[in-house]
Design a protein around this ligand. Structure first.
Ligand code: BGC
Length: 337
């Protein structure tokens, strides 16, 4: 009997020992497997080492929020850390200071505009000399050593605006232009393209060209004073995203009695609202979301040594009320996170 008990205790100890050893081996294997990265994890980890900065001309501008949105979507897909920093209100000196800071903090890639040749070309070249790639978005700096440009062909965009106005006004109009800036290169190209497109039209006269500093308030003020000074003006061309909105507000408030034609830029919700109402007659579509998205993807390719074209022009076209609603929505819907 005693012998039997001994044997039972001996057998259960062996079973307990085997069970505890298997459990320990199982746990160790689980911990090991958890820490082995899959292929996707390795790629994400690699890209996460990349830190890109996107510097727009105005941080809280609805147009630039769309560029940011596209850039963030691409950064998420590629596991890149993206910083979005820029002047609160358009200001070239501050813009350059932010670029200097980004270059000094040795980020892996910088995306920005080439607003003026005088300030931006040497700044971009200094960044390139530090071996940091620069992708210009929205506004190119073609004489700089920038790595690539992704955005609208701004001369062409101005040209199609001019052709659209000439067509809609049947070759007869007294036009006032309100431009975001008299010195920024994309705005100058949009004005030049427009002027070239209407120069053979004998019935089209350009009466005034004024600056809004890319704000809807200043666009409205300028539109108001132009109409006071030049009552013969019956058409407006606004060359940056908020200009036509400012002009439309003035026309609706103070100038309803006369039919005034407005062609603007971009497809922000307010612009679409005025287009639907018939206060704005046409607008030049740009693809801000696409610019941001493609700029981040291009930057990853550049760093990995893949070929990236030096210029990629995003789509630009003129739309009128009958072309609404717009697709794809991601270039048009403004949503703040
Ligand atoms: C331009 C941007 C500009 C914005 C201002 C857009 O049409 O492409 O460069 O910053 O207008 O609202």
């Amino acid at each position: 009997m005693r012998k039997r008990w001994k044997w039972i205790i001996y057998a259960s100890s062996i079973v307990a020992l085997v069970a505890s050893a298997s459990f320990t081996i199982y746990c160790a294997w689980k911990v090991y497997a958890y820490h082995q990265p899959g292929e996707r994890e390795i790629n994400e980890h690699e890209n996460n080492a990349y830190h890109f900065v996107l510097v727009p001309e105005e941080l809280d501008n609805d147009y630039w929020r769309l560029v940011e949105k596209g850039a963030k979507a691409a950064a998420k897909e590629t596991g890149v850390h993206l910083e979005y920093v820029g002047p609160r209100q358009a200001n070239i000196d501050e813009h350059i200071r932010i670029l200097e800071k980004a270059a000094a903090s040795k980020v892996d890639g910088i995306m920005t505009q080439g607003l003026t040749e005088k300030e931006f070309t040497p700044m971009i070249n200094r960044i390139i000399e530090k071996n940091i790639p620069v992708v210009t978005v929205d506004t190119d700096a073609p004489t700089s050593k920038r790595t690539a440009y992704i955005g609208t062909d701004n001369y062409y965009a101005g040209f199609i605006a001019g052709r659209a106005l000439a067509e809609d006004m049947r070759g007869k109009a007294n036009v006032a232009i309100i431009t975001g800036s008299l010195t920024a290169s994309h705005q100058k190209l949009r004005v030049q393209g427009f002027k070239d497109a209407v120069k053979k039209e004998k019935g089209i006269r350009i009466i005034a060209v004024e600056e809004s500093n890319i704000t809807r308030i200043q666009a409205a003020e300028k539109a108001y004073s132009i109409l006071k000074k030049h009552p013969e003006v019956n058409a407006f061309y606004g060359t940056s995203a908020l200009d036509a909105i400012g002009i439309a507000k003035v026309i609706e408030q103070f100038h309803r009695e006369k039919e005034t034609y407005i062609i603007g830029f971009d497809t922000l919700p307010e612009t679409i609202h005025y287009l639907q109402k018939g206060t704005i007659h046409a607008t030049v579509v740009q693809e801000p979301y696409e610019m941001g998205y493609r700029a981040v993807k291009a930057m990853v390719d550049i760093i990995k040594g893949n070929d990236v074209p030096s210029v990629t022009n995003t789509e630009t076209k003129v739309i009128r009320k009958q072309d609404l609603p717009l697709r794809p929505a991601r270039n048009y819907e403004v949503k703040h996170d």
